[in-house]
Write a protein that binds this ligand. Structure first.
Ligand SMILES: C[S@@+](CC[C@H](N)C(=O)[O-])C[C@H]1O[C@@H](n2cnc3c(N)ncnc32)[C@H](O)[C@@H]1O
Length: 331
């Protein structure tokens, strides 16, 4: 069971009392087992994982590592010689693991995404995270939250409405032990308006899922202190100012993809929303090495969503995924 009191205290310290006041009720609603068919089962699974004190906690490497195989095996060697432990089955029960990689007591979770590649693309461009209160909007299972903590952040708050992500985080955090990092079951639209409390806010892989990208940028600006830093990562298209793709239907098989701007259009949106000091720091085409099917995410992945004849197009004939990272400051 996570103790949220330090989080409430951190919010009060940051003058975000408005959120600290309503958060207990939001968490109660978010973790209400009647809300999601699998939640009670996932909660029981996390509860059944033992607390395993370990001194081995590595957050500033590509693989988030907690514990080592020598500290815990708790299981038996199977015929193939591979180690299977109850922890292995408990982790597998939370399939699919999309964001990582992790190594948990010797179990390597090779996730669908090499999320470390995204982190490596941005880490040298952001303001140092030391002593910062950080928000990670749409944080998935919290892989980047751990990396932010590893980079020195004072407190990291991830939010994500998908309960499987939240429960994966809870399992990892139980293995890690107490830490000022939280993943809360909610969307950005659930945060009180006008907080202006965070030193840095990340929004990575979220903007194109929002029906109103301008509202999303406004909400992010509103979470940040004046001068606070936004780290925005999203899908973009080639093209000039004013160009934007609104897929007619699915994009790379995803139903919930709305606006893919050109980089210039994205920068224009940020200006209109009152951001300053806007810098485009990276544009990268997503490769089938970065996003792929693995033992820990056995469903279809990027390779299956691209045109088999022309990998520069999605299977719908649209430009294949290309992502930009833009950094800006709230005025
Ligand atoms: C493509 S993933 C990106 C995960 C991670 N930020 C990364 O860059 O690897 C998008 C995430 O945004 C979450 N999400 C969707 N709608 C959201 C909302 N309204 N507020 C916050 N997160 C949202 C999804 O559940 C999903 O985990």
């Amino acid at each position: 069971m996570i103790d949220y009191q330090p989080l409430y205290n951190a919010l009060v310290d940051a003058k975000a009392e408005a959120w600290a006041e309503i958060l207990p009720q939001q968490l109660e609603r978010g973790f209400d087992p009647t809300k999601h068919g699998n939640l009670a089962e996932w909660q029981a699974l996390v509860d059944s994982v033992p607390e395993l004190p370990t001194a081995q906690r590595l957050l500033d490497a590509d693989t988030v590592q907690i514990g080592s195989v020598d500290e815990y095996c708790g299981g038996e060697f199977i015929r193939s010689g591979r180690l299977k432990s109850p922890l292995h089955s408990q982790l597998k029960a939370l399939h699919p693991w999309r964001k990582g990689p992790y190594n948990l007591f010797g179990i390597h979770i090779d996730t669908e995404w090499r999320s470390d590649w995204k982190w490596n693309r941005l880490k040298n461009h952001i303001a140092p995270l030391e002593h910062r209160l950080v928000l990670d909007v749409g944080c998935g299972n919290g892989y980047h939250c751990w990396r932010m903590l590893g980079a020195g952040a004072k407190t990291v708050i991830g939010i994500d409405p998908m309960m499987l992500n939240v429960m994966q985080f809870q399992l990892v955090r139980k293995l890690y032990g107490e830490a000022p990092v939280y993943v809360l079951p909610m969307g950005i639209e659930d945060m009180p308006y006008g907080l202006k409390a965070f030193d840095t806010a990340f929004s990575m892989g979220v903007l194109y899922h929002r029906r109103s990208p301008i509202d999303h940028l406004m909400e992010l600006r509103d979470c940040l202190k004046p001068g606070g830093e936004l780290v925005l990562e999203t899908l973009v298209i080639d093209g000039g100012l004013g160009q934007v793709l609104l897929p007619e239907d699915r994009y790379a098989r995803m139903r919930n993809v709305w606006f893919l701007p050109s980089c210039d259009t994205l920068i224009g949106w940020l200006k209109r929303c009152g951001f300053k000091n806007i810098r485009l720091v990276d544009v990268t085409v997503t490769s089938i090495e970065e996003q792929r099917t693995t033992e820990w995410m056995t469903f279809h992945s990027l390779k299956d969503f691209l045109d088999a004849e022309n990998p520069q197009l999605t299977c719908e004939g649209l430009p294949a995924p290309k992502r930009a990272i833009v950094i800006a400051n709230a005025a």
